[in-house]
Structure formats: C-alpha cells, structure tokens
Design a protein around this ligand. Structure first.
Ligand code: MG
Length: 339
C-alpha cells in the first residue's frame, strides 16, 4: 500500500521569549507530519526548522512536496529511503528528519514495539535532561530558575556582554549542575577570559564558544584545559566529526541538523570512535520531535531535550524530561499520543 503524507504547521509558544546569543522570539512554527499506510496505522514525525540553518515552516512544506514521490513503498526500507531523501534534498535536515521520524514510528507500530527496543537499547540508561534558561534580565532569570524547580540540571544561554552577571544571578538562587551554551557568541579572547569564571561557578562543560568555522579558535579554548568543549553549530552530520574531533571534546546531535534517526546513530558511533563525549539537543519543538530523539538517549552522555517543555501548547505527549532521568514512552514506535 502506498504511504500517504499529510503535513500541518503548528505554532508553538514558549513560556518566555526564548533568547540566545543571536536573538530569539516566543513563537516557533514547526511542521508535524503524518504518514498513513492505508492499513489503519500512522507514523508521526516533526520538522523543527531553524532559520540559522536556512529552514522555515514554508521551506519544510516545499521540501516535503519534493520528497513525497520518493517515499518508500515499504516503510521498512529505512536506509534506502533516507539515502534517497538526502540525495534529493541534501540540506534541509529538519524536513528530512520529519519523514525519518514518521517512518521509524510506523515501523515500530507495525511490529508493536517501541523504537528503543527495536534498537536494542535499555531505556533505564537514558540520562537526565537539562532545562534551558534563555537570556533575560536578572529579575526574569531568577523567576525562570524558580519555575525550573522540577529539573535537576540547568543549561544557561550566554554569549552576551553581561555573562558574568547572568551566571552570578543564577548561582545566587540555585546550586544545581550548570552547563553553558554560548551559541558562537564569543571571540577566542572572550572565551579564554570566561572559562575560568565558568569553572568557578561550577559549570560542567561549555557548548559552542566560538563561531562554527573557527575550529582553530575552538581548539585553543579546549587546549586551555579548563572545561570540556562541546560543538553544536560546528557539527551537523557524521562526516563533520573527524574534523571537529581535532578541536572539541564532544558533539551535540540534533535531528533538525542531521536529518535522520539513522544518521544520529552514525554520529554517535563516529563520535565514540574519536573518543568524544556525545550530547543530544533539540530546537523548540513538540513532543513528537523530542520523543524521536529521546529513543536514542540511552547511547549518549548528556541530553538537552527541553524543546517541548519550554512551550505552553505542546499538542502531543511523549518522553518526559522533568524529575529525574528521561522517561521514554513504552508505546509502539515513538509512543507519542495527542494530548
Ligand atoms: Mg547549542
């Protein structure tokens, strides 16, 4: 039976304007896709486009139209389907990730098993997810830290001219483990100046201190040996890893960047071959996208899967990230349901 594709734009609203070093907003338009197989089953997937990587809800809809004729006849043809998608639409990782998620969901539902089980993973090995505190005034920052009481690790967005004040504000109200993401907002000099301060505030590691192409600068920051350095914007797919391995201690995998669940697994294997730390992150997205990523978290060291938790109108239920370790749903496929 031929797979039928439908796509719906969903506007997610974050509880607070979600601001990082290069800006931000409160409304995020994502695309939820549904693949029906005519036999009563449907696979759900999500594209969470980022303009930084050249995608919007509109480009996702456009690319899905282009990809639709290449949907496999048999959803179990995952590898061939994903190779084809990447040939036809080489960029646009978010658009491809939606189809990858939906096909994996459908395969799991056909077999009646959750995706993590298909992969042979132990859901109890899932790590705790961090919860992100976006850039804000000291007063709002304090309020956000209080609201995040249910989360045991905080990820702090920095890359401003008042980073030390932000850190101090947060440390004054919590002693939780902190991670920092500068989103390419620092120069090498600024990063070298900030690292000892981060260390003093008990930060565990720093993500993307410098612009993505400045691997030499990132390598110098890492060489200072003060904190582990993880790259996010510098690392999109597995073939980037041998290059970034010279400069950083770890990578941050996102489905919206790498475009497929199978590519995410390849990235994990490649990073491990380079003895790197592996982290999984997300965009602002619904529980469809978050849950797709949650299924491979038993393989990673650190997770930042708060994209749905940051919103007030997630239409789906899936992986739970508050409290302790990420709870991956047990239902077949992704195990995501409508709220
Ligand atoms: Mg990041």
């Amino acid at each position: 039976m031929t797979l039928k594709l439908t796509a719906e734009v969903v506007t997610l609203t974050t509880r607070h304007p979600f601001i990082i070093a290069r800006g931000g907003q409160s409304d995020y338009r994502v695309v939820c896709v549904r693949l029906t197989d005519g036999g009563g089953l449907e696979g759900l997937g999500e594209a969470s486009p980022s303009s930084y990587y050249g995608e919007t809800a509109e480009t996702v809809l456009e690319k899905l139209k282009i990809l639709e004729p290449y949907l496999p006849k048999d959803p179990f043809d995952l590898d061939a389907a994903e190779v084809k998608f990447a040939q036809v639409v080489p960029k646009n990782g978010a658009a491809r990730a939606a189809l990858s998620g939906a096909l994996h969901d459908l395969v799991g539902k056909r077999l009646g098993v959750p995706l993590y089980k298909l992969w042979g993973l132990d859901p109890k090995k899932a790590p705790v997810s961090s919860f992100t505190i976006g850039i804000d005034t000291p007063e709002k920052t304090r309020a956000k830290v209080k609201e995040a009481a249910g989360y045991s690790i905080l990820k702090i967005k920095l890359g401003t001219d008042r980073d030390e004040e932000i850190l101090k504000t947060i440390r004054d109200v919590t002693d939780k483990p902190l991670r920092v993401d500068a989103n390419a907002g620092w120069s090498k000099e600024r990063a070298l100046e900030m690292l000892p301060i981060l260390k003093e505030y008990g930060v565990e590691f720093v993500e993307q201190p410098l612009p993505p192409e400045d691997l030499e600068g990132i390598a110098a920051v890492r060489k200072a040996g003060i904190l582990p350095v993880v790259v996010d914007e510098s690392c999109i797919v597995a073939t980037d890893i041998p290059r970034v391995a010279q400069a950083a201690d770890g990578i941050n995998i996102k489905l919206a960047k790498c475009g497929s669940l199978r590519e995410a697994l390849r990235m994990i294997a490649t990073a491990r071959a380079h003895k790197m730390l592996v982290m999984v992150g997300c965009m602002v997205e619904t529980s469809i996208g978050i849950t797709a990523a949650a299924h491979f978290t038993p393989l990673v060291d650190a997770a930042d899967l708060d994209g749905a938790a940051l919103t007030v109108n997630d239409p789906y239920c899936g992986a739970e990230i508050s409290g302790a370790a990420i709870k991956i749903p047990d239902g077949p496929g992704l195990g995501v349901t409508r709220r």
